[in-house]
Design a protein around this ligand. Sequence first.
Ligand SMILES: Nc1ncnc2c1ncn2[C@@H]1O[C@H](COP(=O)(O)OP(=O)(O)OP(=O)(O)O)[C@@H](O)[C@H]1O
Ligand SMILES: [Mg+2]
Length: 253
Amino acid sequence: MSLLHVAGLTKHFGGVVALDGVGFTVEAGEVVALIGPNGAGKSTCFNLINGQLAPDAGGISFDGASIVGIGPRRLFRMGIGRTFQIAAVFQSMTVVENVQMALLSANREIFRFLRGVPRRRRGEALALLDRVGLAGEADRAARTLAYGDLKRLELAVALANRPRLLLMDEPAAGMAPQERADLVSLTRRVVDADGTAVLFTEHSMDVVFAFADRILVLAEGRLIAQGAPEAVRADPLVQAHYLGTTTDTEDGP
Ligand SMILES: Nc1ncnc2c1ncn2[C@@H]1O[C@H](COP(=O)(O)OP(=O)(O)OP(=O)(O)O)[C@@H](O)[C@H]1O
Ligand SMILES: [Mg+2]
């Protein structure tokens, strides 16, 4: 049984068909890239899986049970994590406090933090920061971090909930090519150690082909190819729709 199973997923926005009968699976521990040109439907697909949007048709099951109609908070509790935009990091807190908050939230202890027990789970938070290479920045205010470090903090915060599936929509957007590769390779190492599955989007093909186990290719709301990186790279349909039309460092709008 697949960890995530998506079938016939369809979503319209007015007259726009953002997703049209998309089906795929993600296995436990697998790192899968969802690629495609701007407007292909990637973010829509993420928002359907994490419960922010409801599908017009199709099914989504996680760990064998349908999750259609379940909201983001409950899905998060069930083990579907996501990296948020930077705004989700508490800028006024220190780096380690952000991770402590995430750990307390994951363990339903948040009220204790608010009642002034700021050292709770600090050791655990420091261990997580160490895993993402941020132990040295633990006591800095989060707002003083460089962008690339903020992205690592975001990853540590997401991992605090021990997700079984982590959804990452353009985690490396806005970063320089080398930083992108570093962030995705770090993510790959950390999730491999935990057996966490990842579904991610990324516009840099170098990064996608280096770190994904499998690639799904969307174009105009339809899945036009899927498979191992080498097979997808060689696919004529993919080359026609996508690989010939994007630069290596292009971001979404
Ligand atoms: N909330 C919305 N209302 C109306 N149209 C939308 C909405 N969200 C997405 N769309 C449309 O659905 C299509 C798919 O958009 P989506 O954001 O899923 O693409 P994407 O693959 O994530 O693109 P990008 O690479 O630019 O991030 C596009 O035509 C987009 O304009
Ligand atoms: Mg998008």
